[in-house]
Design a protein around this ligand. Structure first.
Ligand code: NAD
Ligand code: ZN
Ligand code: ZN
Length: 352
């Protein structure tokens, strides 16, 4: 089968690799029909995640059709349409049982990281019963792909960890698909002001269409002063970091108001200075989280009802064969006005 294989920082290639086979009774092999690229894949290519070994098939998002199910899989049968969660959960270990499957003893975020991922024609999914979701009849398949990672990530790591309350002033640093997912889902809680900061005017314009009350291009280095002016010098109740850089985490530390929250989402590859000499007396909370995907069902229902419209996040479509082109587009989002790209596995559609 064809798969996008990582060969160390800056190197990847679409290659022929063996089709995955069942290894455990609880595995399923899924024929991937649609997948996408995440900002985290860009971090992997930058070398920010050294645990990802050369030879790994990338990708942790997508939907597909069950091709084979192990004898221990009870909830899915070949032919079923499924949503693949970016987090693999055994459902039984201590961390799964306490609602933290991101740290499942035998799973967690392993797809396209520690085991081969979804940017391929087929993918092996361990613990299929607790790591896949049935796709409801009538669902928009492109929209479903947004539920593998970015919507639960924006919601869990950003909005829930940030403890957004009605009337809050929320700043989101980073208007990529994850930051915009936080922007969409933070509106469940009716914040009063929603400030979005990025370097890309196109993404900021999208943020405005998605409900931002103010947008700031931070390229001039003046974002902190602008946020302080917008908040009457008080700072924000919740600062959501959705980039993964020292500079953007730094902005969060400078704009968080007394009693506020900094909710980090970004994957960081280098150390960040924590300014406790400024923050020790400010009653703030800093949270970090690897997405647990414990809200996937809730978000699926909001998508099916039409209340949440993640399809707006999709700007480009490619065939899986053109994945290198798709990486170029997603990696040059400003140039190509790109948000989420959908990759369709033509072979899957052709039914061979
Ligand atoms: N915690 C988790 O479980 C989890 C899950 C998924 C993604 N992530 C991380 O979330 C982050 C966002 O993901 P994405 O897919 O939206 O990525 P993305 O690369 O598409 O978006 C990042 C955005 O940050 C902006 N940006 C870059 N440098 C900036 C700066 N100095 N100031 C302001 N804005 C800047 C870019 O213009 C871009 O719009 C990434 O770090 C990704 O790895 C974390
Ligand atoms: Zn991701
Ligand atoms: Zn577990």
């Amino acid at each position: 089968m064809k798969a996008l294989v990582y060969h160390g920082p800056g190197k990847m290639q679409l290659e022929d690799v063996p089709k995955p086979a069942l290894r455990e009774a609880t595995d399923a092999v899924v024929r991937v029909t649609k997948t996408t690229i995440c900002g985290t894949d860009l971090h992997i290519l930058k070398g920010d995640l050294p645990a990802v070994a050369a030879g790994r098939v990338l990708g942790h998002e997508g939907i597909g059709i069950i091709d084979e199910a192990g004898a221990g899989v009870t909830r899915f049968r070949p032919g079923d349409r499924v949503l693949i969660s970016c987090v693999t959960a055994c459902g039984k270990c201590e961390n799964c049982r306490r609602g933290m499957p991101s740290h499942c003893e035998q799973g967690g975020w392993i797809l396209g990281n520690l085991i081969d991922g979804t940017q391929a024609e087929f993918v092996r999914i361990p613990f299929a019963d607790t790591s896949l979701y049935a796709i409801p009849a009538g669902a928009d398949e492109d929209a479903m792909v947004m539920l593998s990672d970015i919507l639960p990530t924006g919601y869990e790591c950003g909005v829930l960890n940030g403890a957004v309350q009605p009337g809050d002033t929320v700043a989101i640093i980073g208007a990529g698909p994850v930051g915009l997912s936080a922007l969409l889902t933070t509106q469940f809680y009716a914040p009063a002001n929603l400030i979005v900061i990025d370097l890309d005017d196109n993404r900021l314009e999208v943020a405005r269409q998605f409900g931002a009350t103010a947008v700031i291009n931070s390229a001039d280095g003046k974002a902190v002063g602008k946020v302080m002016a917008l908040t009457g010098g008080k700072g924000v109740d919740v600062a959501i970091e959705a980039v993964g850089m020292a500079a953007t985490f730094g902005i969060c530390q400078e704009i968080v108001g007394a009693g506020g929250h900094i909710a980090n989402i970004g994957v960081h590859g280098t150390s960040v200075t924590l300014h406790l000499e400024e923050l020790w007396s400010r009653n703030i909370t800093i949270t970090t989280r690897l997405v647990d995907t414990v809200t996937t069902r809730l978000l699926l229902k909001t998508v099916m009802s039409g209340r949440l419209k993640p399809k707006q996040l999709i700007t480009h479509h490619f065939a899986l064969d053109d994945i290198i082109k798709a990486y170029d587009t997603f990696g040059h989002a400003g140039r190509d006005r790109a948000l989420k790209v959908i990759l369709t596995n033509q072979i899957a559609l052709g039914g061979t």
